[in-house]
Design a protein around this ligand. Structure first.
Ligand SMILES: CC(C)(COP(=O)(O)OP(=O)(O)OC[C@H]1O[C@@H](n2cnc3c(N)ncnc32)[C@H](O)[C@@H]1OP(=O)(O)O)[C@@H](O)C(=O)NCCC(=O)NCCS
Length: 177
């Protein structure tokens, strides 16, 4: 799905375009970004970026994805989006930021805005997120936006030669935000 842009205090969350490809490859190809995400290939190639953007332009991907850009200079900083499952009116939230943009509150600012978009514009009843136990920064982002820790799936993901526990966080439309 190609959404309308969302403005926050410092960020513009907008659809990707083919002009984002060089910066997307530069930022998403960092090992630190791939290490704690479930679906970013590593190494991340220009072909990966091209196919990712083409899928959303053609509306063949079921997910809603936003490029996270800094409004002041239009810099691409990362990505955020939902993977929805319509019958259940729920969606999985996912996000990443390029390493130079960590630690400035951007993920929290973007996640807060897309949560609101998910509940109010998409009409979702539940939004959840899954993260590796060791991803303390992401857990903190989810806590700051009001998500609750719901449980742990032990050794759920096999990545780069190791099994990882997966923490589950979630939020209902009726929960306080
Ligand atoms: C997780 C990620 C999105 C966080 O982005 P960010 O913009 O730096 O996040 P924010 O600045 O909004 O908030 C990070 C919070 O985590 C805290 N934090 C950062 N590193 C931490 C650590 N090692 N241990 C504990 N807390 C940590 C920060 O202090 C901040 O909390 P605070 O505001 O209470 O001080 C970013 O690190 C990233 O892209 N990582 C790689 C991809 C990824 O893991 N995506 C999420 C998959 S579930």
């Amino acid at each position: 799905m190609t959404p309308n842009p969302i403005q926050t205090a410092r960020l513009t969350l907008r659809s990707y375009s083919s002009e984002d490809i060089p910066e997307l490859v530069r930022l998403a190809s960092a090992r630190e970004v791939a290490a704690t995400t479930l679906r970013i290939p590593h190494p991340y190639t220009e072909q990966d970026a091209r196919e990712f953007i083409a899928a959303y332009a053609a509306k063949t991907a079921p997910e809603t994805r936003f490029a996270i850009t800094r409004t002041s200079d239009s810099q691409l900083c990362g990505g955020i989006g939902f993977r929805t499952e319509d019958p259940h009116q729920h969606a999985e939230l996912g996000y990443w930021l390029g390493v130079p943009y960590w630690g400035q509150g951007y993920a929290t600012e973007a996640a807060r805005a897309v949560i609101q978009y998910g509940f109010e514009t998409l009409g979702l009843q539940r939004i959840y997120a899954s993260l590796f136990t060791e991803n303390a920064a992401s857990a903190r982002v989810l806590e700051k936006i009001g998500m609750r820790r719901e449980g742990l799936m032990r050794a759920h993901i096999f990545k780069w030669g190791e099994f990882h526990d997966l923490e589950c966080y979630g939020m209902l439309k009726t929960d306080p935000r």
